[in-house]
Design a protein around this ligand. Structure first.
Ligand code: NAD
Length: 295
């Protein structure tokens, strides 16, 4: 069993660390927020006094932080103290350029590294059923795999450095756009006198079928567990969806890709968040669409 450093023990990081503990690993953790440190300590994580202290004795170091800027701020300190050859697993959702920069720093310090963002949310983190999308060398992926399998159900090696983040933001751009498509269809159906259930029964088994419809239906009723049945409490908050949509647009701009629908969807989530709904589930965007004047 390994000693694993874990930096960033928030909504996702703590349940992921708990699954590593359950699997018999020793987890040495750090978070800047005292409440997060206390929660992690009560869950059995050995708490370090700093991120560097969490990395010092570790065979692997996992980071689960809010942004690429923070990852690049934390990396130099932990790379400076880790033993040569330590494996760095960067699991935050961040921009591809920062992910590649983190790989560069790790490589220059003589460490192995992967980018390994996740999908599956807080529920998947707790249940150990996350999907990991991994970028980096095959040897680093092979070393990480047994540990990732303790936190996730599906682990995909997507390619070289940054490929995991690229897959993550492409997937979430599909999700952000498809939720708006499904929402517009339900609002149009309402105006045409169609019941939600009738539209669901047809589209869920026809060519309109997609995850936003069948797992996360934006109207209450057809899918019991969807946030629409719980006053649009997240789930997956509009703030996080907006973050991922903006990452996709930054990537599209730097790669020279045309993502017209992604751009429009990002603007719609931005105005929904600006209207005070950043903390609501992103499927609540249907309510903003319903209120929009026709045109
Ligand atoms: P969170 O804000 O709950 O947790 C992040 C933690 O990092 C916080 O506890 C914060 O105090 C800590 N932190 C910030 N700066 C730090 C530093 N310098 N050193 C140590 N700790 C520091 O966020 P989260 O929901 O756990 O998300 C983490 C990452 O996972 C994000 O990149 C997010 O986009 C991604 N993600 C989240 C979800 C989700 O449903 N919440 C799903 C998939 C991916």
């Amino acid at each position: 069993m390994a000693i694993i450093g874990f930096i960033g023990l928030g909504n996702m990081g703590l349940p992921m660390a708990q699954n590593l503990l359950k699997a018999g690993h020793e987890v040495c953790g750090y978070d800047v927020v005292p409440a997060a440190r206390q929660a992690a300590a009560s869950a059995g994580v050995r708490m370090a006094a700093s991120a560097a202290d969490a990395a010092r004795e570790a065979e692997m170091v996992i980071t689960m932080l809010p942004s690429g800027r923070l990852v690049l701020e934390v990396y130099p300190g932990i790379l400076a103290v880790a033993a040569l050859g330590t494996l760095f697993i960067e699991s935050s959702t961040i921009d591809v350029a920062s992910a590649r920069a983190a790989h560069g720093l790790a490589g220059a310090a003589g460490m192995a590294s992967i980018d390994a963002p996740v999908s599956g949310g807080v529920g998947g983190a707790a249940a150990g059923t996350l999907t990991f999308m991994v970028g980096g060398l095959g040897a680093a992926f092979a070393r990480a795999l047994p540990v990732l399998e303790k936190m996730g159900r599906k682990i995909v090696h997507c390619g070289d450095a940054g490929a995991g983040q690229a897959a993550k933001i492409c997937n979430n751009m599909i999700l952000g756009i498809s939720m708006i498509a499904v929402s517009e269809a339900f609002v149009l159906g309402e105006k045409l006198g169609l019941s939600h259930q009738a539209l669901y029964d047809v589209a869920s088994t026809a060519s309109g079928q997609c995850w936003s419809l069948t797992s996360y239906c934006p109207v209450p009723g057809p899918v019991a567990g969807s946030p629409a049945n719980n006053a649009y409490k997240p789930g997956f908050s509009t703030a996080l969806m907006l973050k991922d949509m903006l990452l996709s647009q930054a990537a599209a701009a730097s790669a020279g890709a045309s993502t017209a629908l992604g751009q429009h969807a990002a603007a719609m989530y931005q105005s929904y968040a600006d209207a005070g709904h950043a903390g609501m589930d992103f499927s609540g965007i249907i309510n903003a669409i319903r209120e929009q004047p026709a045109g």
